[in-house]
Design a protein around this ligand. Structure first.
Ligand code: NDP
Ligand code: GDR
Length: 361
């Protein structure tokens, strides 16, 4: 996998992405390649192909070769491989997006989540130091609005105190502070992007937005009867992943390393997302009952379309996230291109097309 990579020389645009096979990694790789970067990515060994989101970036996708993307087998739990890859690639920019990123799953895989999301960040920073690149390599850390957790202040800014509410958020809290510490201790150019939820047609299937758009598409095509969800009342500040990867890059183009909130500044409930997704399919949802008994029906026919299933509740929930991205707008010149409504339409259209072509998807 890694044989085709070349070490960077002065002024070359060379980036390394951990988590390149994920939603954000795939959009970021595309974005950087368009900007003329040579992009290196860390690929986890898997028993089935896990390059579906990035395969099109190869010059010859059918044989996984050619072009400006180079993959290296590795893992954030393996220090030796991180040192080896970073020493060889000598990236000018590293984007640490690799993570066990599912909040609910982190309650079941708490130790592993800490290994990857917390200690993995430390391993990466140390690997850069061991490679002697701490003064040359800029590092982006995928921090998260989940750090705010329990509502202390609305809207949330770079100065809002943290109150993590899951093993995932606790692990990411360590990642946040170790980045700040290495910046202060060793003068490393390392930034935290405090990104609020961002979605897309490439969003993992078990995050709520994608779960909804996939299910609505299947229901429309007669492939599924009913969508089961957990907490319908939690609110998130949802943006489009394509817009958010640009903010990551902008952070590393600054003179000084700083931390930035990236958000839309609008909160919407899960319930509202469900309503908008069905509305795009021409259906109006009528809610009946409350709590775990609540159900959503087609207003015209009465057909049951949505049901609450407590198995999707979390032991501790994050009720409301709403970000203030003023700093990113002023200092980075960042602004989102897609609205919340456009995001829902983009995801719905993509899943309708996907399910029509491949009902088994
Ligand atoms: P995804 O879950 O889509 O992607 C996660 C990536 O991390 C995948 O490439 C995955 O590989 C990789 N990964 C998982 N475990 C390891 C490991 N042990 N070693 C190396 N790589 C690993 O996440 P997103 O793209 O949505 O998010 C990117 C980052 O941003 C994550 O760190 C996430 O926590 C953070 N974040 C995301 C937000 C969002 O709304 N999307 C908001 C704020 C922060 P594989 O494909 O093999 O599973
Ligand atoms: P989140 O995203 O936990 O915010 O983390 P997710 O889409 O999983 O949940 C958002 C909200 O929806 C509620 N919910 C459900 N969630 C899921 N997954 N499945 C359901 O059936 C369901 N029903 C209701 C949840 O309880 C929650 O309140 C995401 C991840 O990308 C993190 O990695 C990232 O750090 C944060 O966003 C910002």
């Amino acid at each position: 996998m890694s044989g085709e990579s070349s070490a960077s020389t002065a002024n070359e645009k060379v980036a390394l992405i951990t988590g390149i096979t994920g939603q954000d990694g795939s959009y970021l790789a595309e974005f950087l390649i368009e900007k003329g970067y040579e992009v290196h990515g860390i690929l986890r060994r898997s028993s089935s192909f896990n390059t579906g989101r990035i395969q099109h970036l190869y010059e010859k996708p059918a044989c996984f070769s050619g072009g400006r993307m180079h993959l290296h087998y590795g893992d954030l739990t393996d220090t030796t491989c991180l040192i080896s890859i970073i020493s060889k690639v000598k990236p000018k920019e590293i984007y640490n997006l690799g993570a066990q990123s599912h909040v609910k799953v982190s309650f079941e895989l708490s130790e592993y989540t800490a290994q990857v999301d917390a200690l993995g960040t430390l391993r990466l920073l140390e690997a850069v130091r061991v490679a002697g690149l701490e003064k040359q390599t800029k590092i982006y850390q995928a921090s998260t609005s989940e750090l705010y957790g329990k509502v202390v202040e609305i809207p949330q800014t770079e100065k809002t105190p943290f109150y993590p509410r899951s093993p995932y958020a606790c692990a990411k809290l360590y990642g946040y502070w170790i980045v700040v510490n290495y910046r202060e201790a060793y003068g490393m150019f390392a930034c935290n992007g405090l990104l609020f939820n961002h979605e897309s047609p490439r969003r993992g299937e078990n995050f709520v937005t994608r779960k909804i758009t996939r299910a609505v598409a299947k229901i429309q095509l007669g492939l599924l009867e009913c969508l089961e969800l957990g907490n319908l009342d939690s609110k998130r500040d949802w943006g489009h992943a394509k817009d958010y990867v640009e903010a990551m890059w902008l952070m590393l183009q600054q003179e000084q390393p700083e931390d930035f909130v990236v958000a839309m500044g609008e909160a919407h409930s899960v319930r509202e997302f469900v309503e908008k997704a069905f509305a795009h399919a021409g259906r109006t949802i009528e809610w009946r009952g409350s709590g775990v008994e609540e159900t959503g029906h087609d207003k015209a026919s009465g057909q049951l379309l949505v049901r609450v299933n407590p198995k999707y509740f979390r032991p501790t929930e994050v009720d409301l996230l709403l970000g203030d991205a003023s700093k990113a707008k002023q200092k980075l010149g960042w602004s989102p291109r897609m609205t919340f409504d456009e995001l829902v339409v983009d995801m719905m259209d993509a899943d309708m097309e996907l399910m029509r072509k491949n009902p088994q998807a």
